[in-house]
Design a protein around this ligand. Structure first.
Ligand SMILES: [Zn+2]
Length: 329
């Protein structure tokens, strides 16, 4: 299972999910910043997404006490549909939940899974997805800087708002979250819930963070799974930027204005509205790169995937599943 997590991490890094590996749009770098930086995606309740460059986060690697706590953490199924080797395995971990809040964590994890699994194409694979919850116990309830700056809480994965000064950016120790997630029988994707009702979340190469008690925050996880599971590129952009490279590897962006990369879908109507074509702007750049539709989930998290994203996600989830249970796609 650890191997799967690290493979996921590598794949996500390569496809430039929430952070770092993405090319830096010209002129986007803060002239005042010095030293290594990395990216985080920032989400808004209205569905829009932006990417911010932040100083490289010095995070505490899991110490012996963290690793002992992870090894002792209880893993419970939200749903167990079959052997991990033949199912998609989604792992949820929680931060800022005390021993007496394990029921609350379970309730919020179930609500997030309900939201994810109601979204195409996850709905089609619901009966063949395992969802594991790692009961991560924190010493204190809640997350840092909630509701305002300057509030510090002792939690298992150091989760907190105002990451890099951005209120709704909810960061954590990625390596600690991975250590806990690795306790699950399988880990094809990881979602970390924070014990808060305040809107927020973040995209990382290997996982998504979401506010566990906020009904809108689940969409953040669905977008991030588009990166980590489907290898999809973002379809939003920074105005005024021009794509500098050759044909991108991601299946939902192309340097060709013909859109021939998704030729079989051209002209078809798409669930996010309009028809599939080649719309300028994507993968952070406004010019010189094209996306399949005007406004898909990879651009606005309140929208569904477009036809191209749907097909990619469907194949990616399905590739983890064999011997499917009856009644499912
Ligand atoms: Zn994104």
């Amino acid at each position: 299972m650890r191997r799967k997590v690290s493979l996921l991490l590598t794949a996500a890094l390569l496809c430039a999910a929430g952070v770092a590996a993405a090319p830096v749009p010209a002129g986007a770098q803060d002239p005042g910043s010095a030293g290594p930086t990395e990216w985080r995606e920032v989400f808004s309740p209205d569905g829009t997404v932006t990417r911010v460059e932040i100083p490289e986060q010095a995070e505490d690697a899991p110490g012996p006490a963290d690793l002992r706590a992870a090894a002792a953490a209880e893993v419970v199924p939200i749903q167990d549909t079959g052997p991990p080797g033949s199912r998609f395995d989604l792992v949820m971990v929680g931060d800022g939940y005390t021993t007496s809040e394990m029921g609350l964590l379970r309730q919020q994890a179930q609500a997030k899974w309900q939201e994810i699994s109601a979204t195409a194409p996850w709905d089609k694979h619901r009966q063949n997805t395992n969802v594991w919850l790692v009961n991560v116990v924190s010493a204190q309830s809640g997350v840092d800087n909630d509701p305002t700056r300057g509030i510090d809480r002792d939690t298992a994965m150091d989760m907190g708002f105002f990451c890099a000064g951005i209120e709704r950016l909810l960061c954590l120790s990625e390596s600690k979250a991975q250590a806990y997630a690795a306790e699950a029988p399988g880990a094809d994707a990881i979602v970390a819930l924070g014990n808060t009702a305040k809107y927020g979340g973040a995209g990382y190469p290997s996982l998504a963070t979401v506010a566990g008690g906020n009904a809108q925050a689940g969409r953040i996880a669905i977008h991030e799974l588009g990166h980590s599971v489907g290898g999809l590129a973002d379809e939003y952009y920074t105005p005024g930027t021009t794509y500098p490279g050759g044909e991108p590897r991601e299946p939902n962006v192309t340097a060709s204005p013909s859109g021939s990369k998704w030729a079989s879908y051209l002209g078809q109507s798409t669930p996010d509205g309009g028809v599939i074509g080649a719309y300028q702007g994507g993968s952070q750049y406004e010019y010189g790169i094209y996306r399949p539709s005007q406004d898909s989930l990879m651009r606005n998290i309140n929208k569904p995937f477009n036809l191209v994203g749907l097909a990619v996600m469907d194949r990616a989830i399905g590739s983890e599943i064999s011997g499917a249970a009856p009644g499912s796609g």
